[in-house]
Design a protein around this ligand. Structure first.
Ligand SMILES: Cc1cc2nc3c(=O)[nH]c(=O)nc-3n(C[C@H](O)[C@H](O)[C@H](O)COP(=O)(O)OP(=O)(O)OC[C@H]3O[C@@H](n4cnc5c(N)ncnc54)[C@H](O)[C@@H]3O)c2cc1C
Length: 378
């Protein structure tokens, strides 16, 4: 089968490889000059099916399955393609909580819900939390430990890029935008910028928050969720944390070389796709940087002594009901995969697996019903 994948972010790239592994010939078409250039470039690499505020039930199970696929397949294969082990911190996430009755009740509820669903979780008091992570200070009573790993996205994306380029079943074409995807006489016609038309048996559209609108049988409405981020590094490159840590507005994801990724704001803005290039920024507002540093340094005061490595702003694509959109939109031959908000990296392997079954076997059973595009009454 000859499949086109429009969009070379984490969802499109992972799907292209999964399709190739299942025997398809795949062409990835990406409008930027390199892969992973948009939302995916902003990601921290925290794999968080449980701590995400939007997810429960089948959606959470889908995201958790995705994390398992990272452990068993994607991290080992990306490491092999990279020629070294991709850094993968698999010691869990600590969600710190305050000494407040209501908050503690909420933590207990989530803990019990996770354990009942078969997912490991533990409530730790302040001492137990600091035993795991001695650099944690500030006002917290304890933490909820959840089985959520992190990966080094830069290394991982380099591994995936090498894998894509070395796969004889995959062609990657960057710097070409797709303008329209339509079914035409049992083939899917893809009109490229410049007017050229290519045809495929099936096309997966994984364009995230596309700055270049792709005309489709169904065009999803997505809100923009801004995320500002700062990366710092300890002067001696010794890591301050092993696990990622949440605390109210602070969110810290560590790296093994002493870097810490600090974030992340979650501000919804309603912009037009064409504005994406204008608002694309490699830096953030000074006030935002101050707030972000302050919020994170309250939890890990030693951040104050770190060097700033870089700052950036990214956007998360959010459907109105905060559920991803995965499924057929053009008689089964055009399949869409977008709207992953803050969990696109987390969910890419499960999305790729579900999309591959859909494309290769017409089997949609791996996609939770709440992700179906048909909920928007196509
Ligand atoms: C600050 C921040 C931190 C984050 N941290 C995490 C995290 O820790 N864990 C996590 O799971 N998620 C995280 N996310 C969310 C995650 O980054 C996104 O959900 C994910 O990257 C979405 O991937 P995607 O492939 O759908 O979209 P994208 O990465 O945007 O990929 C879509 C691609 O399609 C291309 N494209 C668009 N239109 C066209 C066209 N017409 N023709 C050809 N190509 C086109 C784009 O150029 C782009 O490369 C974070 C996001 C932000 C902003």
């Amino acid at each position: 089968m000859n499949v086109g994948v429009v969009g070379g972010g984490v969802v499109g790239a992972t799907t292209a490889l999964a399709l190739a592994e299942a025997g398809a010939q795949v062409t990835v078409i990406e409008s930027e000059t390199s892969l992973f250039a948009r939302s995916s470039a902003a990601g921290f690499g925290s794999l968080t099916p449980f701590s995400d505020p939007f997810f429960a039930g089948a959606a959470r199970d889908f995201a958790a399955r995705s994390v398992s696929l990272y452990r068993t397949h994607w991290i080992p294969r990306a490491s092999e393609a990279l020629g070294r082990a991709v850094d993968f911190g698999d010691e869990g996430l600590l969600d710190l909580f305050a000494d407040d009755g209501q908050v503690v009740d909420g933590v207990k509820r989530l803990h019990d819900e996770l354990v009942a669903a078969g997912y490991p979780a533990r409530i730790l008091d302040r001492r137990g939390t600091q035993q795991l992570e001695p650099a944690l200070e500030g006002e917290f009573a304890g933490s909820l430990w959840m089985d959520e790993p992190w990966l080094d996205v830069q290394q991982y994306f380099a591994g995936i890029t090498a894998w894509l380029h070395s796969s004889p079943a995959v062609t990657v074409r960057c710097g070409i935008a797709v303008e329209e995807v339509a079914v035409n006489a049992n083939r899917v016609a893809v009109r490229l910028s410049g007017g050229l038309i290519e045809t495929f048996d099936c096309v997966v559209v994984a364009t995230g928050l596309s700055s270049r609108r792709v005309r489709l049988p169904f065009e999803p409405q997505l809100a923009w969720v801004r995320g500002d981020a700062i990366e710092v590094r300890t002067l001696d490159s010794v890591p301050l944390l092993k696990r990622h840590v949440y605390h109210k507005t602070a969110f810290i994801t560590p790296r093994t070389d002493g870097r810490l990724l600090l974030g992340a704001t979650y501000d919804v803005e309603n912009l037009e796709p064409a504005e994406l290039d204008r608002v694309k920024r490699d830096t953030i507002a000074a006030g935002q940087a101050l707030e972000l540093l302050e919020a994170n340094a309250r939890v890990v005061p030693r951040i104050r002594g770190c060097d700033i490595v870089r700052m950036w702003r990214g956007w998360r694509p959010k459907p109105i009901d905060a559920m991803p959109i995965i499924g057929p939109v053009g008689g089964g031959q055009i399949v869409i995969a977008t709207g992953f908000i803050g969990l696109g990296i987390t969910m890419a392997p499960a999305a790729a697996q579900a999309l591959t079954r859909l494309v290769m076997h017409g089997d949609g059973s791996h996609v939770p019903a709440e992700f179906s595009p048909s909920r928007f009454s196509l």
